[in-house]
Design a protein around this ligand. Structure first.
Ligand code: ADP
Ligand code: MN
Ligand code: MN
Ligand code: MN
Length: 337
C-alpha cells in the first residue's frame, strides 16, 4: 500500500515569491525524506547547476486527498553543503528563535486576500466593467449584494481545520471580494508554517471554484482598501505586564528600525500605507491605543488589562510570514532581553 506526500516550498519568483508543490508516492510506513527539484524552472538555480534540495520541516494531514495522505512544508537547501538556499526565508526565523526563543513569542497573523475573476482579473463581486457601491456595507456583511465567494471561504476553512492548522477566524473585508483568515496564536516557526500551508489550501480552493486568489497589497487603486497581514505579537513578558508592551513599541520606532521592518513587509508598501484606509503613512511611525491609523495598535482590551499583545498593522498581504516573524522577534526580543 502507498500514500502521497505533497511537498510544498517557496520559490524564487520576483518580486513576490510563490508556492510550488509536487507529489511523492511513499510506501506505507516510509517517512517523507529529503527530495529535490529543478531550480532552473523556479528562479532558484541556473540550468548547469539546477538541483535544489527539499528538506521537510512540517507536515500535516492533506485535507483534500484525505486518508493517510499528507502535506509537507519544506525548506530549500543548496546541494553543495546543504546550507539554506538564498530564497530560504525560514532560516532567518530559525536564527531568531535560537537567540530569543526563551521569550516564548506568540503571533496572530491576519491574512487578507482578494478573489478575482480569472478572465477579467476584476474583483469577484464587482459588476463586469463597473464598480459596486462605495465601501461601507461589505465588512463582515451578509447577503447576496454584499458578499461574493463565501463558498470558497467555507471550503478553505474546512480544509484548514481538517489539516490541523491553527486557523482562528475568518471575515469578509471592507472591499467587496476581499476576505481575511487568521492564524494564531502560534510560535515563530509554527505561524509561518501554518500560514504558508493555509495559503496553499486557499489557492487550491481557488482551483476548485475557478476563482483567482490574489495577495496583492493594493489590487484596486483609488478609494478601496488594500490587503494587509496585520501581525499580532506578544512575548511572555508582554502577556504579564504593560511596561514590556510600551518597550516593544518604542523599540519598533527606534531610529532606522521602521525602514528595516518595511523592507521585509512585502511588495508595494508605499501603495498601501498611504495614511488613508486605516493605515499610517509608510514614512511615519506611531503607536497608540485603539488607533487603526497608527503603525502599531495597542488593543483597547490590552490597555484595560495592563497586559497582552500589540498589533503591527504594516505588513502587506503579500509579505512572507517567516520574514515578518524574524524581524519582530529580533527587534522586540533584543529590547526585552
Ligand atoms: P482585529 O481586531 O485586528 O481584526 P483579529 O481578531 O482578526 O484582530 O486577529 C487577532 C489575532 O491575534 C488572532 O489570530 C488571535 O489569535 C491573535 N492573538 C490573540 N492574543 C494574542 C497574543 N497574546 N499574542 C499574539 N497574538 C494573539
Ligand atoms: Mn482581523
Ligand atoms: Mn482585516
Ligand atoms: Mn487587525
Amino acid at each position: 500500500m502507498t500514500y502521497r506526500a505533497e511537498y510544498i516550498w517557496i520559490d524564487g519568483t520576483e518580486p513576490t515569491a510563490e508556492l510550488r508543490s509536487k507529489t511523492k508516492i511513499l510506501a506505507d510506513g516510509e517517512e517523507p525524506g529529503i527530495w529535490g527539484f529543478d531550480g532552473s524552472s523556479t528562479n532558484q538555480a541556473t540550468g548547469d547547476n539546477s538541483d535544489v534540495v527539499l528538506q521537510p520541516v512540517f507536515q500535516c494531514p492533506d485535507p483534500i486527498r484525505g486518508g493517510d495522505n499528507i502535506l509537507v512544508m519544506c525548506e530549500t537547501l543548496l546541494t553543495s553543503d546543504l546550507s539554506p538556499h538564498p530564497t530560504n526565508s525560514r532560516a532567518a526565523t530559525r536564527a531568531a528563535v535560537e537567540k530569543y526563543g526563551d521569550q516564548d513569542a506568540w503571533y496572530g497573523l491576519e491574512q487578507e486576500y482578494t478573489l478575482l475573476d480569472p478572465e477579467t482579473k476584476w474583483p469577484f463581486g464587482f459588476p463586469p466593467n463597473g464598480y459596486p457601491g462605495p465601501q461601507g456595507p461589505y465588512y463582515c456583511g451578509v447577503g447576496a449584494l454584499r458578499i461574493a465567494g463565501r463558498e470558497l471561504v467555507e471550503q478553505h476553512t474546512d480544509w484548514c481545520i481538517a489539516a490541523g492548522l491553527k486557523i482562528s477566524g475568518t471575515n469578509a473585508e471592507v472591499m467587496p471580494g476581499q476576505w481575511e483568515f487568521q492564524i494564531g496564536p502560534a510560535g515563530p516557526l509554527e505561524v509561518g508554517d501554518h500560514l504558508w500551508l493555509a495559503r496553499y489550501l486557499l489557492y487550491r480552493a481557488g482551483e476548485m471554484f475557478d476563482i483567482e486568489v490574489s495577495i496583492d497589497a493594493k489590487p484596486m487603486k483609488g478609494d478601496w482598501n488594500g490587503a494587509g497581514m496585520h501581525t499580532n505579537f506578544s512575548t511572555a513578558a508582554m502577556r504579564e505586564s504593560y511596561e514590556p508592551i510600551e518597550k516593544a513599541c518604542e523599540a519598533l520606532g527606534a531610529e532606522g528600525v521602521p525602514a528595516k521592518h518595511l523592507a521585509g513587509y512585502g511588495v508595494g508598501i508605499e501603495d498601501r500605507l498611504t495614511g488613508e484606509h486605516e493605515t499610517q503613512r509608510f514614512d511615519q511611525f506611531s503607536y497608540g491605543v485603539s488607533d487603526r491609523g497608527a503603525s502599531i495598535r495597542i488593543p483597547w482590551q490590552v490597555k484595560q488589562d495592563g497586559k497582552g499583545y500589540i498589533e503591527d498593522r504594516r505588513p502587506n498581504a503579500n509579505a512572507d510570514p517567516y520574514t515578518v516573524a524574524a524581524l519582530m522577534l529580533d527587534t522586540v526580543g533584543a529590547a526585552l532581553a
